[in-house]
Design a protein. Structure first.
Length: 283
């Protein structure tokens, strides 16, 4: 899946905003954001973010409520385009190409960069048809049964549902529904999977299964997860970015404070604001 088919201009060579951490050494930066600012109306939700996200790692986005975590995540596959008041400034380079550049098809962006939301949202269809939906829309209908089995297997769900594929998806438990949504996202063979608090509505056992699944999926995909659960970030993420809310006269906006390997963020943060948040002194 070469990214150069998204637009006709040649890829732009982008220098890294910062030296790549040890765990990212030698890895391609799948995303590089430069001066990324997202506003709703006149009020910025997140401002001036420079960040690199590396291939086949789990990157966690953490921070207090209202700091723009989900807004930043949605900017990576142009989901903010669907919000009429949203305005995106700056650049988001995906494999060297600005996904907000002229001639880029946002539908193709979202095929390559899938998304799983906080609340499981299966369609009112069968388990089979949920996974097949994107494949059919995109014309990926060859060997459909095998594609669906592969996606459900990757989502650690095949053994639980293989004998009930024609049954309704709403008959699954909450955790199974979320894994079904992950299967639906990866069935169309994306490069990246974005997860917006994917386990916040699940019980501890279902949460553990989702976390185990992320460890497996990063072998094939690049994962970016927003989570309010710092213990979850510490368990699943290779890299962690801490955002906070910077107060202004107009209210405030989210800013990126620190980004590094997860163990360093949680044990030796460089910024006092990060230390205050991860130790529970504020946020």
């Amino acid at each position: 899946m070469d990214a150069d088919t998204m637009q006709t201009v040649a890829p732009i060579e982008i220098a890294q905003p910062r030296e790549a951490p040890l765990s990212a050494s030698g890895r391609e930066a799948v995303f590089v954001t430069r001066g990324l600012t997202v506003s709703y109306g006149k009020a910025p939700a997140v401002s001036n973010v420079d960040l690199s996200i590396y291939r086949n790692l789990v990157t966690a986005i953490i921070g207090p409520s209202g700091c723009g975590k989900s807004t930043f995540l949605r900017s990576l596959n142009r989901m903010n385009d669907l919000i009429p008041a949203a305005k995106v400034e700056g650049e988001v380079h995906y494999h060297g190409q600005n996904i907000y550049g002229d001639g880029v098809d946002p539908v193709e962006v979202r095929r390559r960069i899938g998304m799983v939301f906080q609340k499981p949202n299966p369609f009112p269809k069968s388990i089979y048809d949920n996974v097949a939906w994107g494949l059919r829309v995109l014309g990926m209908k060859d060997d459909l049964d095998s594609r669906i089995e592969r996606a459900l297997t990757q989502a650690a769900l095949w053994d639980e549902v293989k004998d009930r594929l024609k049954k309704g998806a709403f008959g699954l438990s909450g955790g199974q529904q979320q894994r079904l949504c992950i299967a639906r996202a990866i069935a169309v063979e994306p490069d990246v999977v974005l997860l917006d608090e994917p386990a916040s509505a699940l019980d501890p056992i279902a949460t553990s299964k989702i976390e185990d699944l992320m460890h497996e999926l990063k072998n094939e995909y690049t994962l970016v997860i927003v989570t309010h659960n710092m213990q979850q970030a510490a368990r699943v993420a290779d890299m962690t970015a801490f955002f906070t809310l910077e107060r202004t006269e107009s209210g405030g906006h989210g800013v990126l404070v620190e980004y590094d390997e997860t163990p360093k963020i949680f044990t030796q943060p460089s910024d006092k604001r990060t230390e205050g948040y991860v130790t529970g002194r504020f946020g």
